[in-house]
Write a protein that binds this ligand. Structure first.
Ligand code: PAF
Length: 285
């Protein structure tokens, strides 16, 4: 496995692989890798002849009050996981290798970034789309792999790729959960033992929403109300949002939906000082 911090050299390695006729895959990450990331790398390994993983804690997607400086950095352990997953090349740039000081160009997706995470984290998605566009240009994947855990992020990336004609297929991989349902996340390692127990409320509320939706004539607003009520009654949890939305546009659902209608339940909450998100695809009964 190669480890490379230089964008140009990374581009050259992938170019050589493409010239050998290999299908290239990329798994963009910020490191602090867990089994969720490993599942993305394994999927890429089964589908592509040459797999690049990127590890870069991207400063531009963190707000001024967010956890950029304390974001976990575990490079040696990350490289081991990449190696075990069969990654060919790990791109590990420094910030000054990704951004020139007087950069004037950013990539901004419109309406999709104004709701939910976009509303709670102003500027976050501009940082994400700009860095993902750069990572895609450097690592030239035929396929790029994102986790459903960041549901809005994968939608925003898909929209960017479509709107800018970037020649890559975006593959969204399922959320990997702990046995009790907690969605795996690099930020879970911030949680104390007590907070870890509280955090399971997010996935429980989503399961409740799935059960309620599956009942005949379920009403979206009522499902949302019960999901929120459960979360608001959880001590130690500060709810930011708990909504059902259209899974393609993230717009609110109509008052009444037909049997078989699809939706996504999305939750963001703080547990102690840790901000957690989770989601579940839903189908109305
Ligand atoms: O999901 C992440 O880890 C990051 O947002 C990404 C896609 C690697 C961009 O920095």
């Amino acid at each position: 496995m190669l480890v490379e911090s230089c964008p140009q050299k990374t581009w050259q390695h992938v170019t050589a692989a493409r010239q050998r006729g290999l299908l290239t895959g990329c798994v963009p990450t910020m490191g602090a890798l867990h089994q969720g990331h490993v599942s993305l790398m394994q999927r890429a390994r089964t589908e592509c002849g040459y797999v690049t993983a990127t590890i870069f804690v991207n400063p531009t997607q963190f707000g001024p009050q967010e956890d950029f400086s304390k974001y976990p950095r575990t490079l040696q352990a990350d490289l081991q996981l990449c190696e075990q997953a069969g990654v060919d090349l790990v791109f590990t740039p420094q910030a000054d290798q990704m951004y020139v000081a007087d950069a004037e160009t950013t990539v901004q997706v419109g309406r999709l970034t104004t709701v939910l995470e976009g509303a709670h984290r102003p500027g976050h998605f501009d940082g994400v789309t700009t860095v993902v566009a750069k990572l895609l240009m450097i690592t030239q994947p035929h396929k790029a792999y994102f986790g459903q855990k960041d549901f809005q992020q994968q939608l925003v990336v898909r929209r960017m790729v479509r709107d800018l004609n970037i020649p890559v297929e975006i593959v969204t991989c399922p959320i990997i959960r702990e046995p009790d349902g907690l969605a795996m996340s690099s930020r879970n390692r911030y949680l104390s033992v007590a907070e870890r127990q509280t955090a399971v409320a997010l996935s429980r509320a989503l399961r409740l929403a799935a059960d309620l939706c599956s009942q005949p004539a379920a009403v979206p607003a009522e499902v949302e109300r019960q999901m929120r009520q459960m979360l608001l009654q959880t001590p130690g949890l500060e709810l930011q949002y708990a909504v059902l939305a259209d899974p393609d546009t993230l717009q609110p659902l109509p008052e009444r939906v037909l049997s078989g209608a699809r939706a996504v339940g999305l939750i963001a909450a703080r547990v102690g000082s840790t901000r957690l998100i989770d989601n579940l695809l839903l189908s109305f009964g």
